[in-house]
Design a protein around this ligand. Structure first.
Ligand code: NAI
Ligand code: MG
Length: 370
């Protein structure tokens, strides 16, 4: 008996279009997402795949209009999609009575979709000036931040009186094991650290002080035994902050608790040209969404000044995740070649000298067949 596509069987069905959900977000979000969608249209045409887009309005503007940051049924819709492209959300004047912001989605999406790994590649590209003296090719590592527990599990749950407040840092064996495994698998698919080409996962913690971090390190060591082909390293977070500035070329993949990952990845961003150069993927077993590492930049919103590279590189990560790695590589290649050729330029504060659309046009122009 012959299967589908074999001689004599029915012709192979065309692959179904990628089912993508878009959350335009707040502030500069819609401008950035528009830019990434222009890039998506071009790369899909070149790579010969089809996609379908659904827009979900969520965030601070949605909260102001409806009283909810995420509409009913949205999580199910996001989980069913092949991937979600999210713009930054949040507006500082949209707040709950307790003073915290009402338009943020981090807790709702990361917990709701159980996207336990926050993947933040840091690459210094040609033509970009980072905050350190390193050159292109010298900074190329990935921060894998645990995304569902750690200190931020205490979000909205800490104890507070007018005179005292406390939050708890929760590390679990299951939560640590899955994110550490993700980091080792990621390292297997990479070419190693810039300095020596050695594949390596660095465990960052403060196990010298806190029991929660000691558990994180113990679980890291246990998982590492399953990956004898990958080198390991331990660094305390304070020393890691120093090394990420002094010797970033020695890093390949780093894995750490949620709060440490939040802080150290912004530090890394400064070394590769700023927040506007950094995309990220929130990945789980059943869902994934990609977003810039930065916020909605209300100070420059609506003026076409923002750098869309963060959103474009987020799109590339989403394409990888959806199995379209050649399209993801093509997008990264176009950003890199546009920068090497000087097709767009970034000013001192990481903003494109000729505006958002100049970057979008340059990246689209550098997306070429072949
Ligand atoms: P922010 O990241 O929005 O802005 C910090 C600084 O970086 C600003 O000067 C901004 O103009 C600049 N900047 C950020 N992205 C840029 C880009 N692509 N191109 C050029 N310059 C860029 O952080 P801020 O101001 O603390 O927060 C603004 C809002 O964003 C708040 O409501 C905050 O809660 C929210 N937020 C949302 C996040 C998300 O949706 N994942 C993450 C972080 C903050
Ligand atoms: Mg952050």
């Amino acid at each position: 008996m012959s299967g589908p596509g074999e001689a004599g069987g029915p012709p192979e069905a065309a692959p179904s279009p990628l089912d993508l959900v878009v959350i335009p977000g707040d502030g500069i979000g819609p401008e950035l997402v528009d830019s990434a969608l222009q890039v998506l249209a071009r790369v899909a045409a070149l790579d010969g795949f089809e996609y379908r887009l659904t827009t979900v309005d969520a965030g601070a503007t949605a909260y102001r209009r409806t009283g909810r940051a995420l509409p009913d049924g949205a999580l199910e819709r996001l989980r069913a999609a092949d991937g979600v492209l999210k713009g930054p959300v949040g507006l500082p004047d949209v707040r709950h009575p307790d003073g915290t912001e009402a338009g943020l989605l981090g807790g709702l999406l990361r917990t709701g979709l159980d996207t336990f790994a926050n993947v933040r590649p840091m690459r210094l590209l040609p033509g970009v000036t980072g905050a350190t003296r390193h050159g292109p090719g010298e900074i190329d590592y990935v921060v894998v931040r645990e995304n569902t527990e750690g200190l931020y599990l205490s979000r909205g749950a800490g104890a507070a009186t007018p005179h005292a407040a406390s939050d708890q840092l929760m590390v679990t064996r299951v939560g640590t094991e899955r994110v550490v495994r993700y980091a080792f698998e990621l390292a297997r698919g990479r070419m190693g650290a810039a300095a020596d080409g050695a594949r390596r996962v660095t465990c960052v913690d403060k196990s010298n002080v806190l029991r929660s971090y000691a558990l994180f390190r113990r679980v890291f060591d246990e998982v590492a035994r399953d990956y004898p082909d990958i080198g390991t390293e331990h660094l305390y977070a304070d020393a890691a902050a120093h090394e990420l500035v002094a010797r970033p070329q020695t890093f390949d993949v780093l894995v750490m608790e949620n709060f440490l990952g939040d802080i150290l990845s912004d530090l890394g961003a400064a070394t590769v040209g700023g927040l506007g150069m950094c995309g990220s993927l929130n990945a789980g077993t059943d869902a994934a969404y990609a977003e810039p590492v930065h916020g909605s930049a209300p100070d420059i919103a609506g003026r076409g000044l923002a750098n869309p590279v963060s959103q474009i590189l987020s799109l590339a990560l989403l394409l990888d995740h959806a199995g379209r790695t050649s399209a993801g590589d093509r997008v990264r290649g176009a950003v890199e070649s546009a920068l090497s050729r000087g097709d767009f330029e970034l000013g001192e504060r990481g903003q494109p000298v000729r505006g958002t659309q100049s970057v979008t046009a340059a990246v689209c122009e550098n997306l070429r067949p072949g």
